[in-house]
Design a protein around this ligand. Structure first.
Ligand SMILES: Cc1ncc(COP(=O)(O)O)c(C=O)c1O
Length: 401
């Protein structure tokens, strides 16, 4: 029997609608396991997008589910006004796994908030306000994170008053000029740019940034929100360049779907009471989810799997003649075509493969869970070939018409 409440609700003439801001892929996932998701009709899809690089250890991992269930049964949440041993355990584990045991850790709820706090810390520490960011960068949609994001379309007038200079990636000359003439609080850079189409800074450029920041007392912020947590075959993408930034932002794969983010902070940056804060950040459930993610990454060797499967994926993609260029590292892959990939992506979805796009219309972005297997990659490759064939044939037909 429906309650009076729901009967009355259905009679309402004006129903609240969603604020329409997302272009939606035509799929309604209701279930996930490993690298697979199912829609409401029971159709199965290989998830090569991971809900925006969020699914790291795979959908529905049993140890992860159990850890969250056990935690919510014991204590779902308490705020940062009490001692939370889970935060201490997580910081210890994260320091060990990431290679930054001497850094400090501050927890937040998502990527933008992590960037926002990293920017504020850089400004507090240097007493400066000007930032350098890069063409194509994406760091979030809150005030500060949006100011260092290279997309004027999503910036309101209110967001326009920050002092940020955008520089071409890998342009050492322009950075040197700016650093010599201005007091720069921080340089912020993605480990690998994701939204712009999987574009990696050169290792030597990152090494140059580390040196120039040290020389000028400027903070180097590495945004590893998309490229971190093992996705590229190292815990952080910047570890390929052997550098140690002052601040590292994390989120996405950190919680495997549980909303959580954080900042790793160089020990020279000192804290003071009330300097940063959040109500929900670092709550008990967020800690339990992240600890479980790190344990599964370790127990299942997922960083090595990301590296090995990344190589395998790139090798197999290399045999497809329509592909112009394959970019990225590990399981953060950008595939460039000489045509817009919109139709290709829709066809792949029809054939059971969910993929990502980017701000470059010709780049298909692949961000599968780190547990993907060779068999699953073979499935993606075969479907990609079938779809490309279909598109080629339909083009031939339309040309011959
Ligand atoms: C590199 C990078 N930084 C920051 C963000 C913002 O993260 P969130 O959407 O969790 O605020 C994103 C999101 O796509 C990202 O890719």
């Amino acid at each position: 029997m429906e309650s009076d409440f729901f009967v009355k609700l259905k009679q309402h003439k004006t129903k609240m609608k969603l604020f329409d801001v997302y272009p939606l892929q035509q799929i309604t996932p209701v279930k996930g396991k490993g690298c697979w998701i199912w829609d409401e009709a029971g159709n199965q899809y290989l998830d090569c997008y991971g809900g925006h690089a969020v699914i790291s250890i795979g959908h529905g991992d049993e140890a992860y589910v159990k850890s969250i269930q056990d935690q919510v049964r014991n204590l779902g949440f308490y705020s940062n006004s009490v001692i939370n041993p889970l935060q201490i355990e997580l910081a210890d584990l994260l320091g060990e796994v990431s290679g930054y045991p001497d850094y400090r850790f501050f927890m937040v709820n998502n990527g933008a908030e992590a960037v926002e706090n990293a920017i504020r810390l850089a400004s507090f520490h240097t007493s400066r306000k000007k930032m350098i960011s890069f063409n194509g960068a994406f760091h979030g949609r809150t005030s500060g994170s949006l100011a260092v994001t290279d997309n004027s379309k999503i910036r309101s007038s209110f967001n326009n008053d920050h002092e940020v200079v955008f520089v071409e990636l890998n342009d050492t000359d322009e950075i040197s000029q700016l650093m010599d003439h201005e007091d720069i609080a921080a340089i912020i850079i993605e480990g690998i740019q994701g939204i712009s189409g999987v574009v990696a800074p050169e290792d030597v450029f990152l090494q140059f940034l580390e040196k120039t920041c040290d020389r000028h007392g400027t903070m180097l912020i590495l945004d590893e929100i998309q490229s971190g947590f093992g996705r590229t075959g190292k815990f952080f993408a910047h570890q390929y360049a052997n550098i140690r930034p002052h601040l590292i932002t994390i989120a996405k794969g950190m919680g495997n779907g549980f909303p959580v983010g954080g900042v790793l902070i160089h020990p020279d940056i000192k804290s003071s009471m009330g300097m940063l804060g959040t109500t929900f950040g670092g709550g008990h459930l967020a800690c339990a989810a992240t600890i479980a993610v790190l344990e599964v990454i370790n127990n299942k060797g997922l960083i090595k799997n990301a590296l090995d499967m990344g190589h395998y994926f790139q090798d197999r993609l290399g045999g497809i003649p329509e592909i112009m260029e394959i970019r990225g590292s590990g399981l953060m892959i950008g595939i460039s075509f000489d045509f817009p990939i919109k139709e290709l992506r829709a066809n792949l979805l029809n054939d059971g493969v969910l993929t990502g796009n980017s701000s470059d219309p010709n780049i298909l972005r692949l961000l599968p869970p780190l547990c993907i297997s060779k068999n699953e990659i073979d499935t993606v490759i075969n479907k990609l070939k079938i779809v490309l064939n279909k598109i080629n044939n339909s083009e031939t037909v339309s040309i011959s018409k």
